[in-house]
Design a protein around this ligand. Structure first.
Ligand code: TXA
Ligand code: MG
Length: 339
């Protein structure tokens, strides 16, 4: 299959809408990362997403909507908590897990009786949904296991020949996938951290939000993942990454000792010049939002440079940084060394 990459204009939006209505795939930008869209009600169409990504069949997809009316048939109930969060953070990088509506294909939800829904703020998503009338399922547009793409070029690298159209809407502003919170249990629980923080959810809800154990640690043997996506190896470049927790001075001493061909650093802005190994920078120290924006392109850049062993500076793990730490620790297969 030939994959077209088109700039966003009226014509390409129409083309995307027609493809979606015909049960085909379209890759497109959202404010978080690029996604691969297919009609969430059409099981045959959604199956093509799993095929294109090489994604395990038991990992459910998020349904994307453009307004509150579109929730009809997608979810079976809109609890009060969902109304509060929607009022505060939709459209935006927040996914809510709710009771599944009858119209969503079982393939989309991987057989679960719940569905993840989000209303993205990106204008291209809004335009494509309006033009097609289609609520679409969309995972990140990477090959399963790779870092999520945050631009059209990285999307093409993974998806060339696997789908007909990529809409090029430039770099994504957030850079990591949406926050996922489940509202089906007794207490709201954060399943995946993102740009909307636990504290922001708590402010809008007026109650505590639990944090799923799998976010910051490895699942224990036999433990069940509440969000199936969290059990897979993720965001991994080819290099073996180790996170080094400690001051810049200790990091500097450690990498000095371990310098060798193929050894790279993943460091904060402005640190590259003083380090004795080649480094890619991924945002300012302490600035979770800047790190989130840079992380996935930095991981892909390490691959392009042929890095084999990577030592990463450790981000914080609260606020927006929780999202950065959560992705990096998976990319590092949970290898953390305290200096
Ligand atoms: O920002 C995003 O959310 C991007 C863009 C494209 O919108 N999409 C995205 O989708 O990250 P994906 O498929 O890469 O990640 C979806 C995550 C997975 O961890 C999945 O297990 C979880 O959401 N999820 C989806 N539906 C769920 C459900 N019903 N219950 C629990 N977890 C669910
Ligand atoms: Mg993904």
């Amino acid at each position: 299959m030939k994959t077209q990459v088109l700039p966003v204009d009226e014509q390409s939006i129409q083309q995307a809408a027609e493809l979606l209505r015909a049960g085909e795939l379209v890759a497109l930008p959202t404010e978080t990362v690029y996604g691969i869209a297919a009609d969430a009600r059409n099981g045959e169409a959604v199956r093509k997403i799993f095929e294109a990504k090489g994604r395990p069949q038991d990992n459910p997809l998020i349904v994307h909507i453009a307004d509150m009316e579109m929730l009809q048939g997608i979810v079976s109930q809109v609890p009060e908590r969902a109304r509060k969060l929607a009022a505060a953070y939709w459209p935006g990088p927040l996914t809510m897990v709710l009771p599944k509506g009858s119209e969503v294909s079982e393939v989309t939800c991987a057989g679960l009786d719940t569905v993840g829904v989000r209303m993205p703020s990106h204008p291209v998503v809004q335009q494509v949904i309006r033009a097609s009338g289609v609520a679409f399922a969309a995972p990140s547009a990477n090959l399963s296991g790779k870092p999520s793409p945050t631009n059209a070029q990285d999307t093409l690298t993974d998806m060339d020949g696997r789908l007909p159209l990529i809409l090029d809407g430039g770099e994504c502003s957030v850079g990591v996938e949406s926050t996922v919170v489940t509202l089906v249990g007794e207490h709201p629980m954060l399943l995946r951290p993102g740009y909307i923080t636990k504290e922001q959810l708590e402010t809008a809800l007026g109650e505590e939000v639990l944090v799923s154990a799998a976010i910051l640690e490895k699942l224990k043997e036999g433990e069940v993942a509440r969000s199936p996506g969290m059990k897979y190896k993720h965001y991994a470049p080819k290099a073996q990454i180790t996170i080094l927790k400690g001051s810049l001075a200790r990091y500097q001493a450690f990498v000095q000792e371990h310098a060798a061909p193929g050894v790279w650093g993943l460091c904060f802005d402005g640190e590259r010049q003083i380090l004795p190994i080649p480094c890619i920078e991924y945002g300012k120290e302490g600035d979770g939002a800047a790190q989130a924006r840079r992380l996935f392109t930095a991981l892909r850049e390490l691959d392009k440079q042929g890095a084999q062993v990577v030592y990463a500076r450790c981000p914080a793990s609260d606020g927006v940084s929780m999202a950065v730490y959560n992705r990096l620790i998976r990319a590092a297969a949970f290898r953390v060394v305290v200096l």
